[in-house]
Design a protein around this ligand. Structure first.
Ligand code: TPP
Ligand code: MG
Length: 330
């Protein structure tokens, strides 16, 4: 993958830097009380979203999780619309009504982040089924954590996608914990990729902190799905270096040393090292790109903070019921 063209590698670097900068800003925004509700950051896992989404077309779709900011940005959501939504503002991608775990932007194929663990697997299977019925060559992707793979949705979704040969990619981000529960404790078979065999689909394990490796494996699987060769399960081994959610304790179930060790395998630093090893003068280009990304997020944060909250009189907009009656607020 080292022979991937430079322009592509720089795109992957920019993608990961954008997510990281945005997440670091959201950490501070949470501390400043600007984020109503939980905030699960994606810091440390950027290579997965960026590596997979770089292989997708705009009309391909993704279904995401509670830890979905990175997926949203990688699929094409502007950080402005993301930050405004997470701040609960009317200019957010869901009109400020959803927040971090309800980011929707179907125009770029972002079919939703979710507060529920597991359904992305079934939703992506359903989307894959609709693509097959409609005879399009679109592909759907389910992102989910290790916490979802002992859930019935995993069994049902993978089985159905296989028997119907659907154009779906199942991307497990095995960051080794579901909240504070280590994956090896909750799993009879600690290899997610190996479970593919049980359902009759290819299961591939990849270093989820190596964006070039993720890009390669995802690219092959997406190509197979697009050409009618069916689904693939990819297990990306990775790690979150922030607590499960902002404001939660972090060192009751894992050690500082373990977290520091994983920080040294940071996916952004790893790609930077590869780029600089190829060409020392790349340091300057990357520095300029970091500055550009910072300016983008500065602007997005300002936009979000200055945006209004939704008008309370619109609270019932987009709410449907066969018996719905407008409440008289007068
Ligand atoms: C069906 C369901 N069960 C339990 C929860 C509570 N819950 C929220 S996040 C989480 C852990 C998820 O772990 P994982 O899927 O590994 O994702 P990660 O947080 O590691 O990214 C749990 C159990 C939930 N939201 N939905
Ligand atoms: Mg996990």
């Amino acid at each position: 993958m080292n022979n991937l063209e430079l322009e592509k590698k720089l795109d992957l670097y920019r993608g990961m830097r954008t997510i990281r900068e945005c997440e670091e800003r959201l950490v501070r925004s949470h501390q400043r009380g600007l984020i109503p509700g939980p905030c699960h950051t994606y810091i440390g896992q950027e290579a997965v979203a960026v590596g997979v989404c770089a292989c997708l077309r705009n009309d391909d779709v993704i279904f995401s999780t509670h830890r979905g900011h990175g997926h949203a940005i990688a699929k094409g959501l502007h950080p402005r619309e993301l930050m405004a939504e997470v701040f609960g503002r009317a200019t957010g991608c869901s009109g400020g009504r959803g927040g971090s775990m309800h980011l929707f932007a179907p125009e770029v194929g972002l079919m939703g982040t979710s507060g529920i663990v597991g359904p992305s697997i079934l939703q992506a299977t359903g989307a894959g089924y609709s693509f097959k019925v409609l005879k399009t060559d679109q592909v759907s992707v389910a992102f989910f954590g290790d916490g979802a793979v002992n859930n019935g949705a995993f069994h049902e979704g993978l089985n159905m996608a296989t028997i119907w040969n659907l154009p779906v990619l199942f991307v497990c981000e095995n960051n080794q914990f579901a909240t504070e529960v280590p994956f090896h404790y909750s799993s009879g078979n600690p290899s997610v990729a190996a479970r593919g065999a049980a359902y009759g689909l290819p299961g591939v394990e990849v270093d989820g902190n190596d964006v070039l490796a993720v890009y390669e494996v995802a690219g092959e699987a997406i190509q197979r799905a697009r050409s009618g060769e069916g689904p693939t399960l990819i297990e990306c081994k990775t790690y979150r270096t922030r607590p499960h959610a902002e404001g939660m304790d972090d060192y009751s179930y894992r050690t500082r040393e373990e977290v520091d060790e994983w920080k040294s395998r940071d996916p952004i630093l790893r790609l930077r090292e590869i780029l600089v090893a190829d060409n020392e003068s790349m340091k300057e280009n990357l520095g300029a790109m970091d500055t550009e990304v910072k300016a983008l997020i500065d602007e997005a944060e300002k936009f979000a903070e200055e945006s209004p909250y939704p008008d309370p009189l619109t609270a019932e907009d987009h709410v449907f019921s066969a018996n719905s009656r407008k409440i008289d607020h007068a």
